[in-house]
Write a protein that binds this ligand. Structure first.
Ligand SMILES: Cc1cc2nc3c(=O)[nH]c(=O)nc-3n(C[C@H](O)[C@H](O)[C@H](O)COP(=O)(O)OP(=O)(O)OC[C@H]3O[C@@H](n4cnc5c(N)ncnc54)[C@H](O)[C@@H]3O)c2cc1C
Length: 463
């Protein structure tokens, strides 16, 4: 059906359109690897005006558009559906401004996150947004998904780092709001509409980000615990006693043991197994004093009890090994075809109960249940991988569908969220009502109707 529009789009945006064999597989699916669909037309604008012209054309012709950044999303949001024009922002890339005095960095939406991190560092600053997909994900995608990552505890989600942006609405209107100030209370904060709305309300084309000073010191430790409550107490104590706790990643032993089993070259630094492990990281402004304080605080907690054992990184290489364990999830994902992959959130106060309930409910029905539990615990964000090795391919897929349904029901029951960082996309739409009220969803629909009345932007995602 889209073939008839190809020539007109090509005339509108010469040398920006891919069709037929020129459309490679990479545009067909995001990292969820589910429901791949090869788009007929991929448009790759190089300028904001081109995005505007494309959307005005698609709006006039009621053509649906799926926006694609780095396609590292895990919710199927950027995966094309039938008869959608794929709008790839990969060529709308580059840093547009670094303002040393205002401590801001501006960049076009298709710029990979790692490039921004490097540019900030080269300018003597620090961009604290960081996630495993940093080399491929784009800042536009990060903003559209309000990405989280490893340092949310101290620096906040992407939303907290975005000072301004430019977005193109469904009819092609360019809304420039390139604010560089921390404070701007003049009317509604328009940028918030586009942050985290997963491309359903507009296409983000440029972003102004807040930069931070570079830390002088960074200390990391891997800590072992027997009980969840001790972990919570430890987190609060560390936040009280250390100036800047930037990461606090909790891993249950069902996760760490699987990562070690799948990566024989990784070495467990402890000489015995523990139920829970925390990777903690703290930053500061004085190398010697911070190091001493960090070691002292850990020693106190070891002596006091609760913290059972700890290994403090003595070098950058040691710290990287700790992170290797945390990032080992990729080896699990790569090796298990049929698995449920969650990025749920629950209040810290019920997190332990939630984990126990999930295990109990699933094991009542699923034979040979496998679970891996870990996550950004301090943010109330847990990742769970769940699957079974029992039965044939169809049985395993059926088990996964059951797992999704049951876990999301428990999340809803415990006032959690079905997605704490990856977004709703296409895959979690049917579960949205489990964590958002009717009134919240009705307001979301009202906004969508007002901003995209023809429903051309990322249809069938989020709502
Ligand atoms: C190894 C790995 C680790 C990850 N770790 C994390 C993590 O710690 N925290 C986290 O939050 N996520 C994580 N993710 C998920 C993913 O990287 C993020 O969601 C990321 O922000 C997506 O960026 P992207 O450019 O790849 O977007 P895409 O996957 O291309 O798109 C994601 C969504 O945003 C929309 N979109 C993309 N660009 C724009 C734009 N310019 N304007 C409007 N809409 C747009 C798309 O339509 C889609 O709905 C991880 C993924 C992988 C593969």
């Amino acid at each position: 059906m889209l073939d008839k529009y190809y020539r007109e789009i090509e005339n509108l945006l010469p040398n920006s359109v891919l069709v037929g064999d020129a459309v490679s597989d990479k545009y067909a699916v995001d990292w969820s690897a589910e429901d791949a669909h090869q788009p007929t037309i991929v448009v790759r604008p190089k300028r904001v005006e081109d995005v505007s012209a494309l959307l005005a054309y698609c709006s006039a012709n009621r053509l649906s558009v799926v926006t694609q950044g780095g396609l590292t999303g895990l919710s199927g949001g950027a995966t094309p559906q039938q008869d959608e024009v794929a709008l790839s922002l990969e060529l709308l890339s580059g840093i547009t401004d670094i303002d040393q005095q205002s401590m801001t960095l501006s960049a076009l939406a298709g710029t990979p996150l790692a490039e921004l991190q490097q540019a900030a560092q080269d300018a003597g600053f620090y961009l604290p947004l960081d996630l495993g997909a940093r080399g491929s994900c784009t800042i536009g995608g990060n903003v559209a998904t309000n990405a989280g990552g490893n340092q949310v505890l101290y620096y906040g989600m992407t939303r907290a780092l975005v000072l301004g942006l430019t977005a193109v609405t469904a009819d092609g209107t360019v809304v420039r709001s390139m604010n560089k100030m921390l404070k701007n209370n003049a009317g509604y904060d328009i940028k918030q509409l586009f942050i985290g709305s997963e491309g359903t309300l507009g296409v983000v084309t440029e972003v102004v980000l807040r930069l931070y000073p570079q830390a002088v010191s960074k200390k990391s430790a891997l800590c072992a615990f027997s009980h969840f409550d001790d972990v919570v107490e430890f987190l609060q104590a560390m936040q009280r006693r250390l100036p800047k706790v930037t990461a606090f990643e909790l891993m249950w032993s069902n996760y760490t043991e699987r990562v070690y089993a799948m990566n024989p070259s990784y070495r467990d630094p402890f000489n015995k197994k523990h139920p829970l492990y925390v990777l903690i990281e703290a930053e500061g402004g004085d190398l010697e004093r911070d190091s001493q304080l960090f070691d002292e605080v850990l020693a106190d907690y070891l002596e006091q009890g609760g913290l059972v054992d700890a290994v403090i990184a003595q070098s950058h290489a040691d710290a990287e090994k700790f992170w290797q364990l945390r990032d080992g999830v990729m080896s699990i994902l790569a090796n298990i075809k049929h698995r449920a992959n969650f990025d749920v959130g629950v209040p810290v106060s019920v997190m332990s109960e939630f984990v126990q309930r999930v295990e109990q409910v699933l094991s009542e029905t699923i034979n040979d249940l496998k679970l891996c539990t870990f996550g950004h615990m301090a943010d109330g964000n847990l990742h769970i991988l769940a699957w079974t090795d029992s039965g044939g391919e169809a049985d395993k897929a059926k088990a996964v569908a059951f797992i999704y349904q049951k876990v999301y029901e428990i999340v809803g029951d415990m006032d959690g969220t079905v997605t704490a960082e990856h977004g709703v996309g296409a895959m979690k739409r049917k579960y949205l009502h489990l964590c958002r009220s009717e009134e919240e969803i009705a307001l979301m629909r009202l906004l969508k109707q007002a901003m995209d009345p023809k429903g051309i932007l990322n249809p069938n995602r989020v709502l």
